[in-house]
Write a protein that binds this ligand. Structure first.
Ligand code: ADE
Length: 228
């Protein structure tokens, strides 16, 4: 069974690629897909580029063109919950789009007709993540992750997202990947390591911690792959 692994940025997939037993590059639709093997598992790895549109495109291609049957996302996020510090890991139990707004028509934030505000992730993959965390002796938070096409660097916006969606962290790709996988019936999982706390310092913290936090997430994902 082919497993897809997506990151948004090159820094999020480099620490995966460096561990592969073999890698072949395929250029398609303005992007590069890495067909790789890792400890006997067939993987296709790609970074989508930042945001909901590019991540939806990449997830669709991984499933429809490459035939991946399960999808894992590895990357970084801004913390909303005060329990999350830089470098901590969070897995999404559900994903919502915090910048989706047709409230003018009486709908709640994050909702469009025939959609749902929050899309749940696959329970079996979440269970595997908890097994891995236990084996590694690290704490793993689970909660709602909110996605939007904006880098949040404001306490006011971060608190609004937290209050409105009961979200623990925010990023820019998870919910769009969730929409694609949900529509195509593909079990999916979103893991993020915290790079910043989405406040006024977020831009500076992100630049400092992107690489180290992306590595923490990638190494955890590889431990999960062994158990899938
Ligand atoms: N990914 C990591 N940090 C983020 C932030 N503050 N806003 C949006 N996406 C992020």
């Amino acid at each position: 069974m082919k497993i897809a692994i997506i990151g948004a940025m090159r820094e999020e997939i480099d620490p995966l690629l460096s561990h592969m037993d073999s890698v072949e590059e395929i250029h398609y639709a303005n992007n590069v897909y890495y067909e790789a093997s890792y400890k006997g598992k067939e993987l296709v790895i790609a970074y989508s580029k930042i945001g909901k549109v590019f991540s939806a495109l990449t997830a669709t291609i991984l499933i429809e063109k490459f035939g991946c049957k399960t999808l894992l996302f590895s990357g970084v996020a801004g913390a909303i919950s005060g329990e999350l510090k830089i470098g901590d890991l969070i897995i999404a139990d559900g994903l919502c789009q915090h910048d989706l707004d047709i409230t003018a028509f009486g709908h709640p934030y994050g909702f469009v007709p025939e959609g749902e505000v929050c899309i749940p992730t696959d329970m079996c993959l979440r269970n595997i993540a908890h097994e891995v965390a236990k084996a590694k002796g690290i704490s793993l938070k689970e909660g709602i992750i909110a996605t939007g096409d904006q880098f949040v660097a404001s306490s006011e916006r971060k608190n609004w997202v937290g209050d409105t969606f009961k979200a623990a962290a925010l990023e820019m790709e998870g919910a769009s990947v969730a929409v694609v996988c949900d529509a195509l019936g593909i079990p999916f999982f979103i893991l993020r390591a915290i790079s910043d706390t989405a406040n006024d310092e977020a831009g500076v913290d992100f630049d400092i911690f992107l690489e180290s936090s992306a590595k923490i997430s990638a190494e955890f994902i590889l431990d999960m792959v062994e158990r899938i």
